[in-house]
Design a protein around this ligand. Structure first.
Ligand SMILES: [Zn+2]
Ligand SMILES: [Zn+2]
Length: 543
């Protein structure tokens, strides 16, 4: 009997975590942090398995939403090996330390508040010591070779083209003498990558766990994105002031350094304008990228062959110390790259604070800005912001480049998925309900079987020749009624939004259905004793 449990990234993007059980072996694929809404509570939830009972962990890539709870797993008694490609092993060393550091600061901040309110202190999720211990369990492996990672379980890591070291994992295990093959896509890069090698094509599997971050959306082409970035930079540099680029310091920052190098080649960015990469963590990440140049794209290889360092535009200053970082305030005209990518922490915050009151300054966003972050508030046009304890008027000119994504879009996902020639079953994860559902239906239209698993769902896996079986629905892994309810409500909400945006066909015939759905929700609200004010709104809505 072979079982797969989906313990994270079901109907959402973060918190990737899958458990495969076969014979006596128990293997986890990714142990990611939950990020965004309710992250702290969710990350503190006990694992729905005994950490000491796990034989091995496989990591698809270094991003924290795939690896960030490994130190916690180790802290709670896991003693097996954590398998990952060599660059992933190196990158998690950087990311886990940073994560422990942020957790420590957050706990200290919260404890100062709690003390004043007479509340008990909180502990960080894990500490640097746990990170050190976790690093000892890492076991680097090479791409494209087969390894036996637990009795009866073999794996092969293939390039996923997402970030340096990212992998699609092929996993083979024996179920009652028959071999079952599962493929975990991890996060997939686009079909036409810029930085990484193209994602490996895989043709055979019984089951494919596929990500769906952009299952319902297309990106702009590389050419369009470059043109957009060039035009923005041309405009920004004219003001001869600060051009600030908040960026994730692993992968996205290296991409931006590369694009700046190209802009210098074209003469858009003058060689004498200083570029500050203000992030000690970014410096370490760039070193790791440089150590593994042969793993990068053909385009990057070409630059190297022509004698160019892809991550070293002229006048690039890696900034390490805090004093050096502060000294940038005194420089009038410069390009400043710093984390975090959403400006919700990191050194970019002080650069924003010191410059966004200046109408000649520019901020160039090169990634998604999540709700509740300083970046999002800027993008949404807030004119007065409180930054690091001070009110600052926003006069800066703001720009957004959306196309630097390291993710496959809908067309890319389908191109990758339709390489499977033997008709596997797809489990669509790592996407908001809307993207996951959209990708699943697109796969079904192409003749594949596809399901969008729910959090905690368990599947019995059998080899393709014997068909597919969804064994059990197990919502009992410590998910409370409230979490169940929240999950359902968010599905209802996103369904409603999707429908109101894309209504076609015979609307009159479904109106009664909508009306009864509304009535049912109102009844549920009454039973929960919804506060009077809300009730008035509901009744008023009835007209
Ligand atoms: Zn990722
Ligand atoms: Zn991811």
């Amino acid at each position: 009997m072979m079982l797969l449990r989906v313990l994270g990234a079901a109907g959402e993007v973060t918190g990737s975590n899958y458990l495969v059980e076969v014979g006596q072996s128990r293997v986890l694929i990714d142990v990611g942090l939950h990020q965004g809404k309710d992250e702290d509570r969710r990350n503190r939830e006990p694992f729905p398995f005994e950490p000491a009972s796990i034989d091995a962990v496989l990591l698809t890539h270094a991003h924290l939403d795939h690896t960030g709870r490994v130190p916690l797993l180790v802290r709670q008694g896991f003693k097996g090996k954590v398998w990952a490609t060599t660059p992933t092993v190196e990158l998690v060393g950087v990311l886990w330390s940073d994560s422990a550091h942020i957790m420590k600061e957050e706990a200290e901040w919260r404890n100062r508040k709690n003390k004043r309110r007479g509340l008990p202190p909180v502990e960080p999720l894990y500490e640097e010591a746990d990170v050190e211990k976790a690093l000892d369990y890492l076991e680097p492996l090479s791409y494209d070779d087969v390894f036996e990672i637990a009795p009866g379980v073999k794996v092969r890591f293939r390039d996923a083209g997402h970030i340096l070291g990212s992998a699609v994992i092929e996993l083979w295990a024996k179920d009652d003498g028959r071999q079952v093959k599962i493929v975990f896509s991890g996060d997939l890069g686009p079909q036409r990558t810029v930085m990484e090698r193209n994602p490996a094509f895989i043709e055979e599997a019984d089951y494919v766990i596929i990500e769906s971050t952009y299952g319902d959306r297309e990106h702009r082409s590389n050419e369009e994105t470059r043109l957009e970035f060039r035009q923005i930079m041309e405009q920004a540099l004219k003001d001869r002031s600060k051009v600030m680029i908040p960026t994730f310091v692993v992968d996205r920052a290296q991409r931006v350094l590369y694009e700046l190098m190209l802009l210098q080649k074209e003469g858009v960015l003058k060689d004498n304008v200083p570029i500050y990469f203000d992030s000690p963590m970014g410096v370490r990440a760039t070193e790791i990228y440089r150590r593994h140049l042969p793993l990068l794209s053909a385009e990057i290889q070409k630059q190297i062959k022509n004698g160019r360092d892809p991550f070293a535009p002229h006048q690039l200053h890696f900034v390490d110390g805090v004093d050096e970082s502060r000294a940038i305030n005194g420089v009038r005209h410069a390009v400043v790259l710093a984390g975090s990518g959403m400006a919700n922490g990191g050194r970019i915050v002080h650069h924003l604070k010191h410059n966004i009151w200046d109408e000649k300054s520019h901020v160039v966003f090169v990634g998604y800005q999540a709700q509740g972050t300083l970046g999002r508030r800027l993008v949404e046009g807030d004119k007065l912001l409180r930054i690091a304890g001070e009110e600052v008027a926003v006069k800066s000119q703001l720009h957004t480049v959306n196309g630097f994504s390291a993710h496959a879009d809908r067309t890319d996902l389908l191109a990758w998925a339709t390489n499977f020639a033997n008709g596997p079953m797809f489990l669509v994860t790592h996407g908001e309900p809307r993207s996951a559902t959209a990708l699943a239906s697109a796969l079904e239209e192409r003749g594949y079987r596809a399901v969008v698993p729910r959090l905690g769902e368990e599947f019995q896996l059998i080899s393709a020749e014997r068909g597919f079986e969804r064994a059990l629905v197990v919502p009992a892994f410590g998910f409370s009624d409230r979490e169940e309810a929240e999950g359902l409500l968010s599905e209802v909400a996103s369904l409603a939004v999707a429908m109101s945006e894309e209504m076609t066909g015979d609307i009159a015939s479904v109106l009664p259905l909508f009306l009864s759905a509304k009535t049912l929700l109102e009844t549920a609200g009454e039973r929960l004793g919804l506060p009077g004010k809300e009730r008035e709104k509901v009744t008023a809505g009835k007209g």
